[in-house]
Design a protein around this ligand. Structure first.
Ligand SMILES: [Fe+2]
Length: 381
């Protein structure tokens, strides 16, 4: 079998409880004096360690940007670009979930190469090298710190669009479970389910190969136990295992692509502003069911590695977990107050780069059917 793909990882990985403070040593090593810090505003309200880190950044005269929400928008990025250029930093640090890390990536790309973020979402490529970029994730799902992608919401087009740039890989990533403990159960669970989806979808993808699958097997083993313990016990070891799973699975899917669960989650997020992990959760049961006959062996192996005897046992656990963690209530509250434009979501999802890797060859009507079944699933749950 012949195959080739670009496999680029972050330069350094530091991991362990309390390791996020090591960021200052690395900044010293770089000789950087002006730091542009992108930090999740929600984190600052609840996490003592994050507050200590922020104070230290302020003490060394860093510029702090935290004017963004769950799904960073084009306006927020363009605003950040203006401030970034004015400040003219020599390094950028992102502390937060996928929203903070993606916003930081989009900021550097646009600030270094000129124009506005819409240019790059429309296909323009950056040519200039980046200043040093450091990412410290504070959720255990997105894996954005290990990926060459950034996803930004464009409210004018009502679309979430992605940019691929291998310069997005940070010079340094720090995985620190102490920064995750303050997350509430629902968000921690939703981000963990996002990580689970990444590895499951990568495994059953049409583009998976022996190397990606053997790496995925190691991530899938024990994953459900880690999700449960990380969510409900907020235990450092299990949170750390989830951080590792999110990081490792994200290294695989630039090669494998994902499936319609992710293809549909982005337009749903763009139209409803639903949290990405909840949008992925929304589609897991019905997209997996639709794909199952097209890669039965792959799905059966995934369910077995996760510790289930068959697909039904997996769906039963998933439904029960969504209930206990608050994901179900979160999704149902969105369904209650927002109209879901089924046809538009299906149409937009067909543009996703995850369509060619989906096990089942799909057209728009297949996706309409998955969206409708998913709405019914959560309504009657
Ligand atoms: Fe995801």
């Amino acid at each position: 079998m012949k195959d080739s793909w670009k496999f680029i990882t972050p330069g350094y990985l530091k991991s362990g409880a309390g390791m996020s403070m090591m960021v200052f040593e690395y900044i010293k090593e770089l000789g950087a004096k002006k730091i542009y810090l992108v930090i999740d505003p929600n984190l600052l309200r609840k996490n003592y360690l994050a507050k200590q880190i922020l104070l230290k950044f302020e003490k060394i005269g860093s510029y702090v940007f935290s004017d963004f929400g769950t799904n960073p928008t084009t306006d927020q990025v363009n605003n950040s670009v203006k401030l970034f250029k004015k400040y003219n930093p020599d390094a950028i640090v992102a502390i937060g979930g996928g929203s903070a890390i993606d916003l930081a990536k989009a900021t550097i790309l646009t600030a270094e190469n000129g124009g506005i973020i819409e240019d790059y979402l429309g296909g323009k490529k950056g040519t200039k090298p980046f200043i040093p970029f450091i990412a410290i994730p504070t959720t255990c799902g997105t894996g954005s710190e290990a990926s060459p992608y950034a996803v930004i919401a464009d409210p004018k087009l009502k679309k979430k669009r992605g940019i691929e740039d291998y310069n997005f890989l940070p010079r340094l990533v720090i995985l620190d479970p102490e920064l995750i403990k303050s997350l509430d159960n629902t968000i921690l669970a939703a981000t963990a389910i996002d990580a689970l989806a990444h590895v499951c979808e990568s495994f059953v993808s049409k583009k998976a190969n022996e190397i990606t699958q053997s790496s995925a097997r190691g991530i899938l083993l024990g994953l459900v136990n880690n999700i449960e313990k990380a969510t409900f016990d907020k235990d450092s070891d299990h949170i750390f295992a989830m951080l590792n799973a999110a990081f490792s699975s994200r290294l695989l899917y630039p090669r494998t692509g994902l499936t319609i669960a992710h293809a549909l989650s982005h337009p749903l997020g763009a139209y409803t502003n639903l949290h990405h992990g909840c949008a992925v959760s929304f589609f897991i049961p019905e997209s997996f069911r639709a794909n199952y006959p097209y890669n039965k062996d792959g799905f059966d192996e995934v369910f077995s590695l996760l510790g289930f005897k068959d697909s039904e046992e997996f769906y039963s656990w998933f439904g029960n977990f969504a209930d206990r963690s608050g994901i179900k209530t979160y999704i149902q509250s969105y369904l209650e107050y927002k109209d879901i434009p089924v046809e538009v979501i299906a149409h937009d999802a067909m543009e996703s780069s995850n369509i060619p890797s989906n096990p089942k060859p799909v057209d728009e009507s297949d996706l309409v059917s998955v969206v409708k079944k998913s709405i019914l699933y959560w309504k009657h749950k």
